[in-house]
Design a protein around this ligand. Structure first.
Ligand code: CMC
Length: 432
């Protein structure tokens, strides 16, 4: 029974009993909440490799088995049979929707796709060459200045409206950031299109020409959205939870998540991976880069390889690889030297002892960048598209946390290794 089992910790000869909690699936957790109060010591786990920061019912990852479940459903099944908005419903509310519930949900999201007209001026305040992630972080944070009726986090209705608004408006905001960067006019959303098709149209349509969305491209993009929708307590999600634990408004919390996602070790990896493939340029240069990646004195890493949790394979990468092959068959892989380099790099790295012994495999970002490039997105748009997909995950995790009566402000402790007490010395008395 939960709570019956315990671990025993001995500190300076004194024993402390720590309850062991069993999750539905996954490793047991040792509950150390009372440790400091009783034993007067902290645990030390920078990078949180052995620390569960919360209870959650949303997403489960088994890194050894290469398994990813959203609310219990394997991501492979969702990527094959579901749509992104259906997955959003699942993540937010915990169950797959009935046909009627899905229709209502799609309608609610569609009703919120436009942004407040005044927000257009926000975009014009940025330099044209600003990275779209910088723009999106700013505009998401600014939403709290526009939608005052959905910032009271103690009201479940307001939390719900804020959630729908962010899921609905992010594609519009990301597309506007793109249009702004290339000097084209903003394209308004077209609500009869599905989520991915609408986003593609807002990015690629120009007023003098018709734009017809390719169903297979829209499907491939929808799949990218599904595969990136949530990933339990990763860096950006933990950022959102930590920001939210202080009671900050939802738009500010999601803006914090977007800022964290930007880093090259996290969401920025898809952009970094394609830039790396381009830098390598030709297949004959691969050995030089592999050598650099293996050199402990060189900070270079093979971007798109390795994962903190997946140690055998990333299930999202297998689906993405298949999607990349399909889309490149349709669009054509000629004039795509990055693709040739990617395929050869993958082959060589998978045979190399360095990568095998450290269990470094291509991750989702290795292939998603190739697909986005084939669709026609510039590399700066890769991480914004990741942010767009992950917004529903961040929101679901934030809502789960706010609704939990046990929620407290997140406040990690530290192991202080600085100077001990010192007496202030007036500047005139200091040496030198
Ligand atoms: N290329 C070369 N060596 C690597 C790589 C890589 N991509 N990744 C890890 N290593 C080596 C690392 O040098 C270390 O070697 P040693 O034991 O000799 O010191 C060993 O593998 C373990 O690395 P680590 O840094 O302790 O592993 P981590 O779990 O802290 O890092 C990671 C995980 C994803 C940050 C890292 O693998 C990495 O930087 N990969 C490249 C960036 C990338 O593709 N990130 C996207 C992750 S998937 C999207 C997402 O979920 O955000």
């Amino acid at each position: 029974m939960k709570g019956d089992r315990h671990a025993v910790l001995t500190v300076d000869g004194k024993q402390f009993k720590l309850p062991i909690q069993s999750p539905t699936i996954g490793p047991d957790t040792i509950d150390i909440r009372r440790l400091y109060g009783e034993a007067k010591c902290f645990t030390f786990d920078p990078g949180y490799t052995s620390t569960a920061s919360c209870e959650s019912k949303i997403t489960y990852i088994d890194g050894e088995a290469g398994e990813l479940l959203y609310r219990g459903y394997p991501v492979e099944q969702l990527a094959e049979h579901s749509s992104f908005l259906e997955v959003c419903y699942l993540l937010l509310y915990g169950e797959l929707p009935s046909a009627k519930q899905l229709e209502d949900f799609e309608c609610r999201v569609t009703n919120h796709t436009m942004v407040h007209d005044q927000m257009n001026y926000f975009f014009r305040g940025f330099r044209r060459d600003a990275h779209p992630m910088a723009i999106i972080t700013g505009v998401m944070g600014a939403m709290s200045a526009f939608y005052h009726d959905s910032t009271d986090i103690s009201d479940p209705k307001q939390r719900e409206i804020a959630s729908i608004r962010m899921i609905a408006k992010l594609p519009t905001i990301v597309a506007m950031a793109y249009k702004y960067s290339n000097g084209q006019p903003f394209i308004y959303p077209k609500n009869e299109l599905n989520y991915a098709a609408n986003f593609l149209r807002m990015c690629f349509k120009v007023p003098p020409q018709q734009y017809k969305v390719s169903p297979s491209v829209s499907k491939a993009l929808d799949r990218i959205f599904i595969l990136h929708a949530d990933h339990e307590q990763n860096a950006s999600t933990s950022t959102v939870r930590l920001a939210g634990s202080s009671g900050a408004n939802p738009f500010a919390c999601i803006a914090a998540g977007i800022a964290c996602l930007w880093g090259p070790a996290h969401g920025g990896a898809n952009e970094a991976a394609l830039l790396m493939l381009r830098e390598i340029g030709t297949v004959d240069r691969i050995p030089e880069f592999i050598k650099r990646a293996k050199d402990p004195n060189d900070s270079f890493r093979l971007m798109g390889f390795g994962h903190r949790v997946y140690k055998n394979f990333d299930p999202r990468a297998s689906i993405m690889k298949q999607s990349a092959d399909e889309i490149l068959d349709e669009i054509g892989s000629e004039n795509k030297p990055a693709l040739l380099v990617a395929r050869e790099l993958e082959r060589i790295a998978l045979e190399d002892d360095y990568f095998r012994s450290r269990r470094l495999y291509p991750n989702v970002d290795f292939y998603s960048g190739i697909i986005l490039d084939a669709i026609g997105f510039p590399t700066e748009m890769f991480t914004p598209i990741f942010a767009l997909s992950r917004t529903v995950g961040w929101i679901s995790q934030w809502k789960e946390m706010i609704a939990d009566p046990a929620m407290r402000i997140g406040r990690p402790r530290q192991m202080y290794v600085g100077e001990s007490h010192r007496r202030y010395v007036p500047v005139a008395e200091r040496p030198g």
